[in-house]
Design a protein around this ligand. Structure first.
Ligand code: ATR
Length: 286
């Protein structure tokens, strides 16, 4: 990559941020399509968020991703939100259009992209999502219009109820919420087609943990785990051994990045470009 006086800058902000895979993903994409652009990571403390955003505007940074803990707090510094970002009150992508900052959320669309890419139909299916945090919110809003039935299971039942209530305002599919227990998971999975783990359970260092007992998984299920460290979580290993279709967290990461890249550049990048870059990066850091 050649950096010169015309190079456009893109970024990701978060805290902490040093573990991010986004620079590898987006720089590979810029190189592939021959765009004179570079993508860097900035560790931004919550108290400095507004200064960072003002700085980006002054410097003409073309776009940036936003990750924990700024996905909600960034909103007050933006000029405009797209409808999904507004519904879920979270932004992961910002586009700078001549000084006007536009906020988007591509996390949920990324999950839709994974299913489309793998040719797995979602229309009318029963989808069980475990978790009710930021990731679950983005994913459930993207899938609710496709699902025939959507079930939110969460350890803290109140959060599951709140998420289901907010979904019901926008989507006409059957939306249920329950407390997450081994029993409720087992009951809900018996006639489901899709299971999504939207919690951090199974992530390093607790790689032997899974949100679901292996006995509940059938070969009729497609299982997506948002965790990508490790790539093959205990949940995905169990699902694979039961003959279920599995999708890992890296695919979600790549597909949300594809959507962000499209928002910034108008270009739809081939997933394989980003996958190769991120796999190479992971080999070096994991
Ligand atoms: P994120 O924005 O990444 O989704 P979050 O808002 O902290 O992060 O949400 C994490 C989700 O994982 C929550 O749904 C959390 O359940 P609670 O709402 O009860 O906290 C869920 N979670 C985390 N650890 C869990 C565990 N050991 N078992 C079950 N659920 C867990």
């Amino acid at each position: 990559m050649k950096i010169n006086g015309k190079t456009s800058i893109y970024a990701v902000i978060g805290h902490p941020i040093s573990h991010t895979l986004s620079p590898a993903i987006h720089n590979a994409a810029f190189a592939k399509v021959n765009l004179n652009a570079a993508y860097v990571a900035f560790d931004v403390l919550p108290a400095n968020l507004w200064k960072a955003v003002e700085g980006f505007k002054s410097l003409g940074v073309k776009g940036f991703n936003v990750t924990t803990p700024h996905k909600l707090s960034i909103i007050s510094f933006l000029d405009r939100l797209d409808s999904i970002a507004e519904r879920i009150s979270a932004v992961n992508t910002v586009k700078n259009v001549n000084g006007e900052l536009q906020g988007y959320n591509t996390d949920g669309e990324g999950v839709l992209g994974v299913f489309q890419h793998e040719n797995i139909p979602l229309k009318g299916s029963k989808i069980v999502i475990i978790g009710a945090g930021g990731a679950a919110k983005a994913i459930s809003h993207a899938l609710a219009s496709e699902a025939g039935e959507l079930v939110i299971l969460n350890r803290t039942e109140k959060r599951a109820i709140q998420l289901a209530e907010s979904l019901s305002k926008y989507y006409s599919s059957l939306i249920k919420s329950k407390q997450f227990t081994r029993r409720t998971v087992s009951e809900e999975l018996s006639n489901a087609q899709v299971l999504i783990n939207a919690t951090s359970v199974g992530a390093h260092p607790n790689t032997d943990e899974s949100v679901v007992d292996k006995e509940c998984i059938t070969e009729k299920l497609t299982v997506l785990d948002i965790v990508y460290n490790p790539l093959k979580t205990r949940l995905l290993r169990d699902a694979e051994s039961k003959g279920a279709k599995t999708l890992n967290g890296l695919s979600m990461l790549v597909h949300q990045a594809i959507k962000s890249f499209k928002i910034w550049t108008g270009i739809e990048i081939e997933p394989s470009i980003m996958f190769q870059a991120v796999e190479k990066e992971l080999e070096q850091i994991l």
